[in-house]
Design a protein around this ligand. Structure first.
Ligand SMILES: NC(=O)C1=CN([C@@H]2O[C@H](COP(=O)(O)OP(=O)(O)OC[C@H]3O[C@@H](n4cnc5c(N)ncnc54)[C@H](O)[C@@H]3O)[C@@H](O)[C@H]2O)C=CC1
Ligand SMILES: CC(C)[C@@H](O)CC[C@@H](C)[C@H]1CC[C@H]2[C@@H]3[C@H](O)CC4=CC(=O)CC[C@]4(C)[C@H]3CC[C@]12C
Length: 369
């Protein structure tokens, strides 16, 4: 008789399963979760690569749906044992309205919680964000902090506000009785800046560099450290939490964990060059080429242009007042809470994470390789 831990009996639901992080979670669940009987992938936009996953022993069910529609979430949830909720609008570039960001990220999360209660799904893993903590509007650095480091979390931008509200909903829902009378067990994971295969911002930087003859121009001082974590290790932490949450409910329920690995502490731009330099791009300048006040002005001009052009075209440059402020504020984590609570260790070393990401950039359409 197979060990019950190995019997494929569980139904997982991954919201946002076709996204950058979601895809890695979906693929890694199929590889690393032996208890999986059915994997439901719920997303507003289903991807074609899902079809190739339907030939394996695990039933992969693609569900096109909207987390803002409570009935669609409940229908997808019915009969599932675990939900990993990564669906969200990850927008700091002005692509969506503040109302839409709130509706998807906050109301959508409330719908997931309500569906757990309604259908009896007991385990909820939520993808939160470092942005729940900071950087704050005062630009205070968060230097190699952990989950207990005091920090004045003050947000005005719709995205961090929505992530903070959603995380609060998830943590407060821990212990609520679900259909069947057992308690809901919730947990929130806070990735720092995720990188790896499929990262749209990295793709944007690469294409910007190609447009400027293989050159990128330094805007942020090299001394400003920004935490980054490889997408495969973020996915791995989600899988481990989902696996351990029921047995360790007393310890892990209602807790938050930063996602971390051995990725080096560097400025956002210098870190990106770990992958873009081997692909032929150069970062021009050992110091920012423009004074900060001029960058602030250019960012403000971009925001004005976005507002003026909105009736005609969506203009969403990388540089805006929010992205400049975030990039220019040190935010790094140093913690081992995930290891202490559920034995997390990064699945991918820094060297593997770097090599995989470089390979992906090199294979990108329009690559100089
Ligand atoms: N990318 C990053 O650096 C970080 C991301 N996160 C969080 O990780 C999660 C995933 O982020 P990414 O993979 O980067 O974003 P993404 O945009 O690649 O993936 C989000 C997925 O959610 C889906 N989605 C959006 N609105 C939906 C709706 N109304 N109903 C159903 N599905 C919907 C999208 O179609 C997409 O597939 C998000 O919750 C984000 O806040 C946290 C920290 C860092
Ligand atoms: C134009 C230059 C100023 C350039 O350096 C701007 C970089 C900027 C686009 C990124 C700098 C920091 C990034 C954010 C950070 O990693 C935290 C995040 C967490 C999330 O949950 C979602 C993504 C993001 C907001 C991330 C977005 C891109 C940056 C602002």
């Amino acid at each position: 008789m197979a060990d019950s831990a190995q019997v494929p009996a569980l139904v997982y639901l991954v919201t946002g399963g076709c996204g950058f992080l979601g895809e890695h979670i979906v693929r890694m669940l199929l590889e690393w979760e032996p208890r999986l009987r059915e994997l439901r992938v719920f997303d507003l936009h289903l991807s074609s690569w899902l079809e190739e996953l339907k030939t394996g022993p695990v039933q992969v069910t693609a569900i096109q749906g909207d987390v803002t529609q409570a009935h669609e979430v409940a229908a997808a949830m019915a009969g599932s044992h675990v939900v990993i909720h990564t669906a969200g609008l990850v927008d700091v570039f002005g692509k969506a309205s503040p109302e839409t960001i709130h509706k998807v990220n906050v109301q959508g999360t409330q719908n997931v919680i309500d569906a757990c209660v309604q259908t009896g799904t007991r385990l909820l893993v939520y993808t939160s964000s470092m942005e729940v903590v900071g950087p704050n509007v005062k630009g205070h650095p968060f230097y190699r902090g952990n989950e207990d480091t005091p920090y004045e979390a003050i947000h005005r931008h719709p995205y961090p506000c929505s992530k903070a509200l959603a995380e609060q909903l998830v943590l407060e829902a821990n212990g609520r009785k679900v259909n069947g009378g057992l308690p809901l067990v919730t947990c929130a994971l806070r990735p720092t800046g995720i990188y790896g295969e499929g990262h749209q911002v990295m793709r944007d930087f690469y294409h910007q560099g190609l447009r400027f003859g293989g050159r990128l121009f330094r805007a942020i001082p090299a001394s400003v450290e920004h935490g980054r974590v490889y997408v495969g290790n973020v996915a791995w932490m989600h899988i481990l939490v989902a696996r351990e949450l029921e047995q360790r409910a007393a310890l892990m329920g209602g807790q938050v964990y930063f996602c971390y690995d051995k990725s080096p502490y560097k400025s956002y731009e210098d870190f990106n060059m770990e992958f873009l330099s081997p692909c032929g791009l150069r970062l021009i300048g050992t110091h920012p080429l423009l004074p900060y006040w001029l960058l602030v002005l250019l960012a403000a001009l971009n925001a004005l242009l976005q507002w003026l052009l909105r009736p005609l075209v969506l203009y969403t440059p990388l540089l805006n007042p929010y992205t400049l402020a975030v990039a220019n504020t040190t935010f790094t984590v140093s913690t081992n809470k995930a290891q202490r609570h559920f034995g997390y260790k990064p699945l991918f070393s820094w060297e593997e994470s770097r090599a995989r990401t470089i390979h992906w950039v090199q294979a990108m359409e329009g690559s100089a390789w």
